[in-house]
Design a protein around this ligand. Structure first.
Ligand code: MN
Length: 500
């Protein structure tokens, strides 16, 4: 079977999407999870976009050992220099440079003639090659480009030494048959294209991102660019889990493999949604809450008789375990560690020490501890490391005939204590007001606040997510507790720490 390379751009295209920004620590955690999952190339960011982007690309380049690390760069010397500086420490660094080839982009955005575009591609790919060997060129808006001009542009990149040619459907415009025919045309007309990697990058504006990606594979693509959960600009990109599971489930029609450990799909999707502070849509293919749920009587009957009646893949294959081994107060460290390993997490001894003490604290407050609880504890580990302020204690007073009040005491990173009292429209509002008095953050507003339960039962843990907006950026905070007020306070402090 032919091996298809997975180029993951969750950290670049995904992170660029509105409401999906991630901080450095989150990006590194996600990069490590994607590496463990088996992606071939990690596009860590667009190094020249900002100093923060540069830092995250270079930090990711330093920690990733088993995947190539790429930075995006426009086709200019300055962009390529910056991308190179950011990725050069990687075991396998890649520069991903791009230039638009469609009439609309060339005329209105670039204001360049066809000849200028071809010359620039040739010069800038050569320039990138002078810095390192692994150079990818993308013909931006390729699917709306004039075919024979696209052949010229791609030929220039191949002749200049590009090792991967990417054909992006930048605006999600193409359809599967066109994608297949475009790639076959390029493979026929461009000399040497069959000797290097041919890639696609499909957006989902018409809901065809995954279909177009599969059509490209059928036509001969050897790399596909995807994002976890389909995050990305506008309607997003082809979702990695959907492309991978389509190949995995339909090997009869698609004789291709990837390096992805499919059992990591579900945990990594949880990590992604947790970082961006959202839940998966219920009906999201593969990782949505309903993806493996059967409610209709006929379906339940069928699945009970034989799961294959209504399931084309097993929940276990994506790492959604049905093993409901229950842990609790009396579970030993070994049992907890075993369960974590089954769920795909390997902790160092120090991490396990810290984790186990939090597990014990939770088991004092909650009778049974499910896989969902364990994963929530994992995802929330280290939320407060290096925090400016952390929660020391709080009291809220709430009722239906009194104004709600809160007393909150925080400690700063020097160990000093600060206590404030505030009123509010409810216990959460009162607590947030008290925190505002202590933390004195610049002008901000609460953009979104939600709380959801992690598992079943009245003693379930609540996960609160707070989104603060300040100076055109949003800051996401998360908190976890069996007490919803405490979870909310922790989430608010987490977001405020990021804002400060
Ligand atoms: Mn894109």
């Amino acid at each position: 079977m032919k091996r298809i390379k997975i180029f993951d751009t969750t950290l670049r295209d995904g992170e660029q999407a509105p409401g999906c920004s991630m901080d450095l620590r989150e990006k590194i955690e996600l990069a490590l999870a994607l590496e463990k999952m088996g992606v071939d190339v990690l596009e860590a960011g667009f190094a020249i976009a900002s100093p923060g982007d540069f830092e995250s690309v270079s930090e990711i380049a330093k920690v990733i050992k088993n995947a190539s690390v790429a930075s995006l760069a426009r086709a200019t010397r300055k962009d390529i220099d910056t991308a190179y500086d950011a990725v050069k420490a990687a075991v396998a660094p890649r520069i991903h440079t791009f230039l638009a080839t469609s009439p609309t982009h060339m005329q209105y955005k670039l204001r360049m003639s066809e000849d200028q575009v071809v010359d620039t591609i040739s010069q800038m790919v050569k320039y990138a090659k002078s810095k390192l060997s692994d150079v990818e060129f993308s013909a931006e808006d390729a699917t709306r480009s004039e075919r024979d001009f696209l052949v010229r542009a791609v030929q220039a990149a191949v002749d200049a030494g590009a090792t991967t040619i990417n054909i992006p459907d930048t605006v999600g415009y193409t359809t599967p048959f066109e994608m297949e025919s475009l790639l076959l045309y390029l493979l026929e007309k461009v000399n040497g294209l069959d000797q290097i990697d041919l890639s696609v990058h499909c957006h989902n504006d018409l809901g065809l991102g995954v279909a177009n990606t599969l059509a490209a594979i059928k036509a001969g693509a050897t790399q596909v660019e995807t994002t976890m959960c389909g995050l990305g600009e506008r309607a997003g990109n082809a979702a990695m889990e959907e492309v991978v599971m389509a190949l995995h489930t339909r090997q009869d029609f698609y004789p291709y493999t990837t390096g992805i450990d499919t059992k990591r799909i579900f945990p990594v999707s949880r990590l992604v949604y947790s970082i961006i502070g959202m839940n998966s849509p219920l009906n999201k293919p593969i990782v949505g809450a309903n993806a493996f749920a059967h409610e209709a009587g006929i379906h339940q009957h069928g699945v009970l008789a034989n799961t294959q009646t209504y399931e084309i893949m097993t929940p276990e294959s994506i790492g959604l375990t049905t093993n409901k081994m229950i842990l609790g107060k009396h579970s030993g460290r070994h049992a907890v560690e075993d369960r974590l390993n089954d769920l795909g997490y390997t902790l160092t001894k120090e991490e396990m020490d810290e984790f186990f003490s939090r597990f014990k604290a939770l088991s004092d407050r909650k009778k049974t501890i499910t896989d969902g609880d364990l994963e929530a504890l994992i995802l929330h580990r280290g939320t407060d490391v290096n925090a400016l302020f952390r929660l020391d204690r709080f009291t809220v007073n709430s009722g239906n005939y009194v104004s709600c009040s809160a007393v909150v005491r925080l400690k700063n990173n020097q160990g000093e204590q600060f206590e404030e009292v505030a009123l509010g429209d409810g216990p959460i509002d009162a607590a947030f007001n008290a925190i505002d008095k202590i933390m004195k953050a610049p002008e901000h507003r609460l953009e979104d606040y939600s709380i959801q339960t992690i598992s079943e039962g009245r003693d379930a843990q609540g996960e609160a997510v707070v989104k603060l907006a300040a100076a055109n950026r949003s800051y996401i905070g998360r908190g976890l507790s069996t007490d919803v007020v405490e979870a909310s306070i922790l989430a608010y402090i987490n977001a405020m720490n990021k804002l400060l």
